[in-house]
Design a protein around this ligand. Sequence first.
Ligand code: CU
Length: 551
Amino acid sequence: MPLLYALLEREVVITRRKFLQRSTLLATTLGATKLGAVKSSLLNSSAHNQPGMAPALDVSTLAQFVDPLPIPEIVRPQGKRASPSDRKLIVPFYRIQAQSVVNKVHRDLPPTKFWSFGFTSPGPTFETRSGEPLLVEWVNALPNEHFLPIDHTIHGAESSKPPVRTVVHLHGAKTGPESDGYPEGWIVPGKSKLYYYPNQQDAAMLWYHDHALGINRLNVYAGLFGTFFIRDSVEDALNLPKGKYELPLLLYDRLFTRDGQLLYPVSPDPQSPWIPEVAGNAILVNGKLFPFLDVEPRRYRFRVLNASNSRFYHLSFSNGAAFHQIGTDQGLLPGPVPLTTLEIAPGERADLIVDFSDHRGMQLVLKNDAFVVMQFRVSSAKVADESALLAALRPVPRIPESQAVQTRLLTLDEYVNRAGNPVMMLLNASHWSMPVTEKPVLGSTEIWTLINPTNDSHPIHLHLVRFQILDRQSYVPWVFQTKRQLQFLGPAQPPEPNEAGWKDTVRADPHMVTRIIVPFTGFTGRYVWHCHILEHEDNEMMRPYEVIAAV
Ligand SMILES: [Cu+2]
């Protein structure tokens, strides 16, 4: 009997009444296992002001729109080197150093300590073209001690491990396994790793970030991430806004102490500080709180990344202004999708066109639900806008289901302790260290059926590949749990129009079955798939998978 199901027999503590309240947990809820301690989600700012924790800053006391939006610098290569796969091929070489920095997040706050892949957090932006490889030496020049609270009860973060470890994953890249940033492939301060990125893929916004096992959530929270753009001729031909009219918007929420330092919330148990999700009251855009951006009354292209640990955004303009989404995680959509609200989950990207020509002389506030994110100040100057927004962008032929050679049923699992608090999350009831069970054949196509009995939406990310969303469908969790049968509660829903492109991260919504169709192309080797809520990922909601060679 698998370990977890053995534990299930002994440890399930959920009562009938609780089951009715939290029915979705029944399917896979186990009792406390190795962690045992009561942990709680500290999602409101008063809860953060508990004994033993520095009080959280109330950001509503800060003046809004006093800092201009920063734009991360474009990183320049340090020279050229031979490609490891072809010594005759000379490619750009970059050296990027993870280090401790201080940045001002707001005019009226003292400088904040971050960790960054440059001199500011977020780190610098890569710009490259499809088919143009590059090399990056990722250097760990961080201090020897972590400044955020490590939970040593989490797998991979035991007290026997060095506290400061980093490994870089380029999210969305089709990269060989030796350069993909395997979570156990971390390096300590003073060491570096040379990674090769072939960039044999369509134009898209990728992002690089730390992926070290057991402390990924802390390293990304500390600031270890940045963006990576791939361009191509299809994108060039569309005459989209470019140069100063195309800007990245990296969104991430944080909590700060009253003296302006990062505060990572912890559980009341000092022995096991992990909490299931983090929701900071301060939403940073490119490193600033409540920034403003002066814009001309014309089209802009905004490349939006949700770099938050746990927060899902629902972005809209305060005046209800419409905009278009033209691309998603892995590049351009077939055509522009009109929106007034964008939902974007952790790890996802959205490529937006906003036309400010209808808002000449106005000030637009970008909001997340009711909360202010940033301000756009539209000038009333006369401008000539040479850019275009064409009706057809990039064809995305739908992959027929008949192409799939295998369908895998995979559960997303949450485990609670006797107090009903989450203590661990798993994929398919399997720990990280259990044998690899997903072994797709290189060149084959599979359907992955993600079954979510939990109350949370989990953004599921597969490394190496791009995929398409087939559908989502409500089902009855207890029928699946007891009979291993999927009893559906309604028709399958196709993906939203702004999801109907190539994706690498998919929202698996609560009480739903989400199906994706995945061509496994590129490389053989060991990769990972995981929830992009980083608190979940660090607490075992990540599994290795292996692309194997065709026989
Ligand atoms: Cu999750």
